[in-house]
Design a binder for this molecule. Structure first.
Ligand SMILES: [Fe+2]
Ligand SMILES: [Fe+2]
Length: 371
């Protein structure tokens, strides 16, 4: 019987789906299985930056002039340390999102990472090092979802490892591929928000327990994401694509959509109340400071609301949508969530928010996401 599974993650849609399926699988056991999320950081020596740096070192230059049609531009080449820090930051962000999915389902979890440009070998070694008794990977029957952890990697893992390999998904039809792409993007946004909210809860809780003092700069950065991302991007994308298309396809889910949209409005109100509680809280506050107690309560209230909202969407709205939407509908939803059709408003673009999430994930002590 399984007790502890390794779940490799990368930034692909397929990986997002695989994390969700692994969490469901772990949750179906009593007690739930432990999951260790594993990410292989790119090896500098094998990267584009590494090979470019080697070429430049030969020319004794750190910044290379590139000449094209008479123009000269300067290309910054990351050195080994800069490259590693960037990879580490992205790795922590990916692992934090996977942890958020497990934490929401009360599945015990941990993280592990290693530098390697050979994913199959790295996965097998990680499973052994972490004492896992199985590996969970995704497979898809046809192209459509980009993934670093391709079926060939899964095949190689199967060959190299003595542990059982659990394959979570195999997609065959156009609808399934398009729907999976869209739902992966939606769930990934949910996990980003959940990870930042958890980071916020931990930071405020640490200050309440006296383990550290409140750092207003960190909390302000986390709060901005929690406040702006749902209101300016995530909810407008849901309402303008998924909700609109569901309404066009009939009456099913009408009450559910109404309830979810009311929850969006309530969330904005809770986020504003949280901001007000933060504004009243002094830098370096700790312990039983009354303003910190109010901030703690406001974070907990918003987090509980957001968990319930996401649960409703992932457990009721998405299954309903899988029943009624067409491949063209899913394709449109996926394009909107990928930022290709941009219904958001506010000063930040989709890319700005992605950057901000990575910074937020690295500025706070996120759940067990130590690389
Ligand atoms: Fe929503
Ligand atoms: Fe949502």
């Amino acid at each position: 019987m399984f007790k502890h599974l390794l779940v490799p993650v990368d930034g692909s849609d397929l990986s997002v789906i695989n994390v969700g399926e692994a969490v469901k699988l772990a949750r179906s056991f009593e007690p739930p299985l432990k999951l260790t999320f594993f990410h292989a950081l790119a090896d500098y020596a094998a990267s584009d930056e590494g090979s470019r740096a080697r070429e430049l070192r030969q020319d004794r230059l750190h910044r290379a002039p590139v000449f094209a049609e008479g123009l000269s531009v300067s290309v910054t080449v990351l050195n080994d340390e800069e490259f590693h820090q960037r990879e580490l930051g992205q790795s922590r962000a990916l692992l934090a999102k996977a942890c958020a999915a497990a934490a929401a389902a009360q599945v015990p979890h941990d993280t592990h990472s290693a530098v390697s440009d050979r994913p199959a070998e790295a996965i097998v070694k990680a499973a052994t090092d972490c004492g896992c008794d199985g590996i969970v990977m995704a497979s898809h029957g046809r192209s459509g979802l980009g993934a670093l952890l391709t079926p060939s990697v899964a095949t190689k893992v199967m060959r190299l490892s003595r542990l059982p390999l659990l394959i979570t998904r195999s997609m065959a039809t156009d609808t399934q591929v398009e729907a999976s792409r869209a739902t992966a993007l939606i769930m990934d946004e949910h996990r980003s928000l959940a990870a930042v909210l958890q980071g916020l809860r931990r930071h405020v809780d640490d200050a309440r327990q006296g383990a550290q003092r409140l750092d207003r700069d960190i909390v302000a950065a986390l709060l901005r994401y929690v406040h702006d991302y749902p209101e300016q991007r995530h909810h407008p994308k849901e309402e303008s694509s998924l909700h609109r298309l569901l309404r066009q396809r009939g009456e099913r889910g009408r009450d559910l959509l109404h309830r979810l949209e009311a929850q969006h409005l309530h969330e904005y109100q809770l986020a504003a109340e949280l901001q007000a509680a933060f504004d009243a809280c002094a830098d370096r506050a700790s312990g039983d400071d009354p303003a910190l107690v109010r901030l703690d309560a406001a974070v907990a209230t918003l987090a509980a609301h957001v968990w319930e909202h996401m649960r409703l969407e992932e457990h009721e709205l998405l299954p309903l949508a899988l029943d009624v939407l067409t491949p063209a509908d899913w394709s449109e939803v996926a394009d909107v969530f990928a930022g290709n059709q941009d219904p958001g408003f506010g000063e930040w673009s989709e890319a700005d928010f992605k950057r901000h999430f990575t910074q937020a994930a690295n500025s706070a002590r996120l759940p067990q996401a130590q690389a």
